[in-house]
Design a protein around this ligand. Structure first.
Ligand code: ADP
Ligand code: MG
Length: 672
């Protein structure tokens, strides 16, 4: 079954060549019980590693069932280890974070057998070995003898046709050692091939054949006993036939579950380290998610405004910030308004009338803008009523002398805490400003007689809108009929709204209005609300913010990713022995790679989750302190966070995972 022909194994120690094996030739038949004996350093372990496909000879041939192992790839060697060999090491080599049952079952994970069958077999093997009560104990809760029995169960998990035991009694007390040898004898009787490495002649005496090594050469070989008979094919023994290897899907499932479990265990085992290495990723993801949330909040806020713009009207007012200083902007005359009304896409025009007057209450007076108001004034001017009542149809029909004042006017005219409701305001031209006085000819004509109005309500700018009307002065709203009958007899308007019928794009209508008015005025001494400009202004602000956040996000993701890579490299080198054990029981390179990739991705995704949490908190804070924008961190953010985290994990986990997978099993096992 096993045929070594002139096998040598050399190690390079610095510039020295160490010959661990020199031209070893031997044949071992199926079902033999062989002891390899020799002093320390004679090459026993090296020979056993070659026999077990953990190591490859430097020269010579190693045939197993007639097939040359030199022609096999790493994964084919792994498959051989998995399917035919069972290893028992002097120091047990159990995985410390797995319990006895999971340790015993490990080879079947890589063989891809189903979970339930795996556990059943592990339990039956452990029970047979007298560990029925110790299934869920971790290695450090077991005695040496018990640990060694767990490792026997592990070696039998996939059948263990050939059991390689390297000094299996070396670390055991004498009773456990005796038990161990009795067990090996039993296994031999059941048809397992046993290859036992020892330096102890008494231990070797249990074997049917003894091969003695010295300085890497075979000194003596008692040879296959003449009475040796190859075991019957179904010599699998009391523990029943080995498990069937599962299909592709079952194998994948097992691989992923194992990778996930080991990732979670490893991250849990190093909590502080995990949290610290998550930090960079968290900040990066928080930045990315915040950009998304902020931009989408800004966009919906703009869209709301543009929506109200589109839902009806383009405000046009006299005055333009680009006019040369000292230029008097002309009010809009009725014929101009009629011309606008006739433009295509215009459903109608509503005129707003406004005049600056002095308002007096008791000893206080202040300049105010007085507006002629109808029932729609609050929507048109983006105001909301905070106290008192609105102007009613009765007020309008009877031209009553009532008024709404805004917050600014209230502050200027009333003491803090004093309620303005029911108080009387005197509206008069003047304040020494002749230009303003000239705007109220009706009052001027009535020789400075002030118009008393009763305050019926208080309004405030409706926040949550980026468009704000009103200027320096407080506003006073009086019924439109009162305004044109008693305050301002002019017919010219200071402001009007173009109502759209949407047969023409709003921006096109706006251009036409400007074109027509400019032609009539001779100069562009008016302005209108431009949704596009507003849009751009807000976009440039959110754009700059997004860029800043994106920069912070990208940098911290990069730094975080490098941190994760670093910690994963540390993790690989800390767990080299674990990797060796997994490889010895048959893990493929892909299994090892997957394990570390999954760990990196899980780490990054945890970081991402914390990042989403952070940005959610930030959004809550932002929403609590202002109401211009309402920021939501939603499912999309979560999805993006997971996507980006996974990507970072994949990118920065690759190097450590490759490094782990590229380890040679013997080197990895030998590492302390
Ligand atoms: P044994 O198991 O009989 O004690 P080994 O097979 O472990 O002997 O070692 C045989 C010789 O090879 C020793 O001289 C040892 O120092 C050397 N050797 C074993 N492994 C390595 C290695 N990885 N690198 C260098 N030298 C090694
Ligand atoms: Mg040794």
């Amino acid at each position: 079954m096993i045929d070594l022909r002139d096998v040598s194994r050399r190690y390079l120690l610095g510039s020295n060549e160490v010959h661990a094996l020199r031209g070893v030739s031997l044949r071992i038949e199926a079902g033999e019980y062989v002891a390899i004996i020799g002093q320390s350093g004679s090459g026993k372990s090296t020979l056993m590693n070659v026999l077990g496909c953990l190591d490859t000879p430097s020269s010579g041939q190693f045939l197993i069932d007639g097939e040359d192992a030199a022609g096999l790839g790493v994964d084919e060697l792994a498959a051989l280890r998995r399917q035919r060999f069972g290893f028992i090491f002097q120091r047990y080599h159990l995985l410390p974070h797995l319990d006895a049952r999971a340790n015993a079952a490990l080879p079947a994970v890589y063989a891809g057998s189903g979970g339930a069958a795996r556990i059943r077999r592990a339990e039956s093997l452990l029970t047979r070995l007298g560990l029925g009560e110790r299934m869920h104990h971790k290695p450090n809760e077991l005695s040496g003898g018990q640990q060694q029995r767990v490792s026997i169960a592990r070696s039998l998990m996939n059948g263990g046709q050939i059991i390689l035991a390297d000094e299996p009694t070396g670390a055991l007390d004498s009773q456990s050692g005796k038990d161990m040898l009795a067990l090996l004898g039993e296994l031999h009787a059941q048809g397992h091939t046993i290859i036992l490495v020892t330096h102890d002649a008494q231990v070797a005496a249990h074997a049917k054949r003894v091969i003695e090594l010295r300085d890497g050469e075979v000194l003596r070989d008692s040879g296959t006993p003449p009475e040796h008979r190859p075991p019957a094919k179904d010599a699998a023994g009391q523990d029943g036939p080995a498990l069937q290897a599962g299909g592709w899907w079952q194998r994948r499932q097992g691989q992923w579950r194992e990778a996930l479990q080991s990732a979670v265990l490893s991250l849990k085992g190093n909590r502080l380290r995990t949290v610290l290495s998550m930090l960079g990723i968290s900040i990066g993801i928080a930045a990315v998610v915040s950009i998304m949330a902020l931009t989408s909040a800004a966009r919906s806020s703009i869209e709301k405004d543009v929506g109200s713009f589109l839902s009806g009207r383009i405000p046009v007012w006299r005055g333009n910030p680009n006019l040369p200083p000292g230029t008097q902007a002309q009010p809009f005359r009725p014929n101009e308004i009629e011309a606008i009304r006739a433009l295509p896409g215009v459903k109608g025009v509503t005129v707003e009338r406004e005049v600056q007057l002095t308002a007096r209450h008791g000893a206080r007076d202040a300049m105010v803008s007085v507006l002629g108001a109808d029932a729609n004034i609050l929507t048109a001017r983006k105001l909301k009523l905070v106290q008192g009542r609105m102007i009613s149809p009765m007020d309008l029909n009877s031209s009553l002398q009532v008024a709404l004042i805004d917050d600014k006017a209230r502050k200027n005219l009333f003491k803090p805490g004093e309620s303005p409701l029911g108080k009387t305001l005197l509206l008069a031209p003047g304040g020494g400003m002749d230009a303003q006085a000239a705007q109220a000819p009706a009052l001027a004509q009535s020789a400075g007689v002030a118009l008393p109005v009763t305050i019926i309500g208080v309004v405030e700018p409706d926040s949550g809108s980026t468009v704000q009307f009103g200027g320096w002065f407080g506003q006073v709203l009086v019924p439109l009929t009162t305004f044109s009958g008693k305050l301002d007899l002019r017919v010219d308007a200071d402001q009007f709204h173009v109502l759209l019928d949407f047969t023409v794009p709003p921006e096109e209508v706006r251009k036409q209005v400007h074109f027509r008015l400019k032609a009539l005025h001779g100069v562009e001494d008016f302005d209108s609300w431009n949704a596009d400009e507003e849009f751009k202004r807000i976009q440039s602000v959110t754009g700059a913010m997004a860029l800043l956040f994106a920069g912070v996000g990208a940098i911290s993701l990069l730094v975080g990713g490098v941190g994760v890579m670093n910690i994963m490299l540390v993790s690989v080198s800390e767990r080299t022995r674990e990797i060796g054990i997994r490889m010895a029981v048959g893990a493929r390179q892909a299994d090892v790679r997957l394990q570390f990739m999954v760990e990196a991705v899980v780490l990054c995704c945890l970081g991402g989750l914390v990042g989403v949490g952070l940005s959610w908190l930030a959004a809550m804070g932002l929403n609590a302190f202002q109401d211009e924008l309402t920021v939501h961190v939603d499912g999309t953010a979560l999805a993006v966070a997971f996507g980006v985290s996974t990507l970072v994990g994949l990118i920065f986990g690759t190097l450590p995972a490759r490094r782990a997978a590229a380890l040679s099993p013997v080197d990895a096992l030998a590492r302390e």
